[in-house]
Design a protein around this ligand. Structure first.
Ligand code: OAK
Length: 839
């Protein structure tokens, strides 16, 4: 027998109830079995991690029947499947979420508690798979949850980084990075499938040849071949039988490739070759929204894209489906341009490996692919230097040249004599050094292009992708982002979930629009009291955590003002700091001034090479050191930087906020999704008209949203007429006093150098218009402080914010993608009594 082929005669497997039952008793027995048979431990030597693993395997066993039945159902019905290609999946811990989806959270808690263990501690034990940087990766994770919950045939394809996003520590106020060793103690959720490994070629050169039918063909002779091993993780939908797959590729040496080296005795070279292939999926690039142009990154992209497309082809080939039907069977979504090489790779596979002609291959490619753009920042637009690209992907470059030549002909037909347009739109940037433009490749090779919030999609059409919009207006649409209420409400905020469910039932968990029913209770004083009590209890928990980790006492009745997201100048964490210092200055000028007590909480990682972002972290901590310890402040203000912000931690933070800071410069944040998670949990928002804030405000009502700042057209106008930040500094005494306090060493023990790069950037450059928006922000914050004093009124706004967030469920987003872009329909999965293979 061949080890990677199914064998003819398969023994019957009967899945018995006492192995996978959902009662407290069966859960207990399975847990004890797993501790013994999988972890190989007696209880007296078992560690917390052993217990976590035993519970995780108990839960995984209960996913398998649904998962395998889902795959079998989809195969038998020959349905169209969504393949979501993303270089990042920021999944967060699986255990709690799977318990919620299975509907056995309470049973599991009871079972573990009755065994004398601390259930919450076991949940906390899980190392989260931090295989993403921020918004884009977390969105992919929310979309998998929604696709499964809506019974959409789907698969997520990505990279199994051995080291995910770095761990962040804070020392002396500075960010210190260390490697994230999430796989250290094993990962119970994944199943490796080495029998489905595929090979990916890199480097080398191409050759022409004539095939047996006399056709001219191209062959790629690679310099190197890497194996991709798939690791599958089941993603169960909420209270449904559909479990979708997250298939992550890990690179390994293709041993056979260097067999010659072994034979010739060059053992060392062969083993060295192995280490090269294994670095491919070692580490996630930690740069959020800034493209670095590194060869290894391009290698990661082609690696996971090629593995995924080959995998889809193998799925069809195994079923005897001709590849001419590829687009009927798969809708492939490109999560930003990281997988955009798929345009050329799908063409290559169809033509070079499967003998399909160019025109047919091109039609299949365009019908299969669609592209989501996630950023307006110019520095995030990916382009690859020609030298690097041609060395690594010589065949892809030929294909891209051919696509480009036909594409430019198209433009010439539609816009004759417009050379400027040709050079703007070309897939190759030839202005100076030559580059391949990945967003252009994605636009040309896809049938649909979308932005992630209404404003962002408009800006794509008017600005970033304007030429493409003029050429193909029919390709463009908006798909406003959403987030999953399962993880970000049910799992992370059980108290609020129970209160809501006690009033309106639990239908809202799958139909978030039902939250509107809460509006009927806004005038119910008891309800408002319960709502407030819950918020206070959650804030108390966070206060305890802050005391433990940061050693800072914070008052849970103070206004919890939270900004949690990647640190970036365009997100303007430092504008938040300018507000803190403004309040501090007011206190220093008059210690008896009235101040609404506030706790300012920050969380977020800075890209390790992004100096200014790291300096902002240092500034936050330095301001905290002064403000938190100044007796004049009398504990009315506290500033806390929470280290190592990640999904696990975000789940504790969103429910505890009174005020969510969404203060990016208008026209810079594509959507934001944290804004949605805060608001669902009853936080009010202070924000600009940027990204999805615009739509959040439309939903919750302008009177329930703290709006400030320039609009996008005003930003353009101000920049066009020549923005002079220094003018704002000179003419606003409060602002001047704030900047002067930083510049004069007020937060650096008199050192006037430390924050100089920040101060001079603000005074003389200020690309993100902090100084222009300062006064409007301060005035708005004063309204926030005033409003918070009336707790009854504040609670009404808080309830209305939650009640009106229905639109921002990722279920709504996924339905829109299914209807407008993917043309994929839900498929019900029926569980059979037994899983019986071979009968
Ligand atoms: C990261 C790297 C390259 C390009 C974009 C990103 C990214 O994370 N973008 C973020 O995507 C989120 C999901 O669509 C949006 O909500 C954020 O606004 C956007 O910054």
């Amino acid at each position: 027998t061949v080890p990677n082929q199914p064998i003819e005669c398969v023994p019957t497997v009967v899945v018995e109830d006492d192995r996978t039952g959902l009662s407290v008793e069966t859960l207990k027995r399975a847990f004890q079995d797993n501790l013994f048979y999988i972890q190989g431990k007696f209880a007296n030597i078992a560690t917390q991690n052993d217990y976590y693993m035993a519970l995780a395997y108990t839960v995984r066993d209960r996913l398998l029947r649904r998962w395998l039945t889902t795959a079998e159902t989809h195969t038998h019905q020959g349905v169209r499947t969504v393949a979501y290609l993303s270089a990042e999946f920021l999944m967060g811990p699986h255990l709690g979420n799977n318990l919620i989806s299975l509907g056995i959270y309470d049973e599991a808690k009871q079972a573990i508690t009755e065994l004398g263990l601390d259930f919450d501690a076991l949940l906390q034990q899980e190392e989260e798979p931090g295989l993403g940087n921020g918004g884009l990766g977390r969105l992919a994770a929310c979309y998998l949850d929604s696709m499964a919950s809506l019974d959409i045939p789907s698969i997520g394809y990505g990279i199994r980084y051995e080291f995910g996003i770095f761990d962040q520590d804070i020392r002396d106020g500075w960010q210190i990075e260390s490697t994230d060793k999430w796989l250290r103690y094993g990962n119970p959720w994944e199943i490796s499938r080495p029998e489905w490994a595929v090979e990916v070629k890199l480097g080398g050169h191409t050759e022409r040849y004539t095939d047996e039918n006399g056709r001219n063909r191209t062959r790629w002779i690679p310099h190197e071949v890497v194996m991709g091993i798939p690791y599958d993780t089941p993603i169960l939908g909420y209270k449904t039988n559909t479990a979708t797959t997250l298939r992550l590729w890990s690179a390994a040496a293709a041993e056979s490739f260097d067999f010659a080296a072994f034979n010739s005795g060059d053992y060392f070279r062969a083993v060295q070759q192995k280490t090269v292939s294994e670095t491919l999926t070692k580490v996630l690039y930690p740069n959020d929204e800034s493209a670095q142009g590194k060869k290894l990154r391009l290698a990661q992209q082609i690696f996971f894209v090629s593995c995924s497309l080959q995998d889809m082809m193998l799925i069809l080939i195994r079923q005897g489906i001709p590849l001419e039907q590829f687009h009927e069977k798969f809708a492939v979504q490109l999560n930003d341009t990281h997988p955009a090489i798929a345009v050329a790779e799908l063409m290559r596979l169809l033509m070079d490996e499967h003998g399909i002609e160019w025109d047919t291959a091109w039609r299949i490619t365009q019908k299969t692919l669609s592209y989501t753009n996630h950023t307006l920042l110019p520095e995030a637009l990916e382009r690859w230097g020609m030298g690097l690209f041609s060395t690594l992907l010589p065949r892809h470059l030929e294909i891209i040249y051919e696509i480009n030549s036909q594409f430019l002909d198209d433009i010439r037909r539609k816009f004759p004599n417009d050379d400027a347009r040709l050079s703007r739109m070309s897939l190759i940037d030839e202005a100076g050094e030559r580059y391949v433009r990945m967003a252009h490749l994605a636009c040309v090779g896809s049938h649909a292009i979308n932005g992630v919030a209404a404003l962002h999609s408009e800006l794509l059409k008017q600005d970033v992708l304007r030429d493409f919009y003029e050429l193909y207006p029919e390709k463009f649409s908006n798909k406003t982002n959403g987030v999953t209420p399962r993880r970000f409400m049910v799992l992370s905020n059980p108290r609020l979930t129970n209160l809501i469910t006690s009033k309106i039932g639990d239908g809202w968990i799958k139909h978030l629009d039902d939250l509107r029913k809460l509006e009927a209770f806004v005038e119910d004083a008891d309800f408002r009291q319960q709502w407030r009590d819950i918020k206070l209890a959650i804030k108390q928990d966070l206060a305890t955590y802050i005391k433990q980790v940061n050693g800072i006492d914070v008052d849970p009745t103070s206004l919890f003002d939270i900004q949690a997201k990647r640190i970036h100048e365009y997100k303007r964490q430092h504008l938040d700091v300018l507000h803190i210092i403004t309040l501090y200055n007011r206190i220093k000028a008059n210690p008896d001034v009235h101040i609404t007590p506030r706790t300012f909480i920050f969380g977020g990682k800075a890209a390790p090479g992004y100096f200014m972002a790291k300096l902002i972290i240092k500034l936050i901590n330095s301001v905290g050191d002064v403000v938190n310890n100044d007796p004049d402040v009398r504990d009315r203000l506290k500033v806390v930087f929470l280290k190592d912000y990640n999904v696990k931690f975000a789940q504790r933070v969103y429910p505890a906020a009174d005020l969510s800071e969404q203060i990016s410069l208008a026209g810079k944040e594509a959507s934001g999704t944290g804004n949605m998670k805060f608001s669902m949990n009853g936080s009010l928002t202070i924000g600009t008209l940027d990204g999805a804030n615009v739509e959040i405000r439309d939903e919750v009502g302008a009177e329930n949203f703290f709006l400030f700042g320039l609009t996008t057209p005003e930003v353009y106008e101000l920049k066009a007429k020549g923005y002079n930040p220094y003018h704002y500094y000179e003419s606003n005494p409060a602002l001047k006093a704030v900047i002067d306090r930083i510049a004069s060493g007020g937060f650096s023990n008199g050192d006037t150098n430390l924050f100089n790069p920040l101060v001079s950037t603000l005074l003389y450059k200020d690309d993100y218009l902090l100084l222009a928006d300062y006064q409007s922000y301060i005035d708005c914050q004063d309204r926030v402080s005033q409003t918070y004093l009336d707790q009854e009124y504040w609670t009404r706004l808080s309830i209305l914010n939650s009640a009106r967030m229905g639109k921002f469920s990722s279920d709504r987003s996924i339905r829109e993608y299914c209807e407008d872009i993917w043309y994929v329909k839900p498929v019900a999965v029926e569980l059979k009594e037994y899983v019986q293979a071979g009968t």
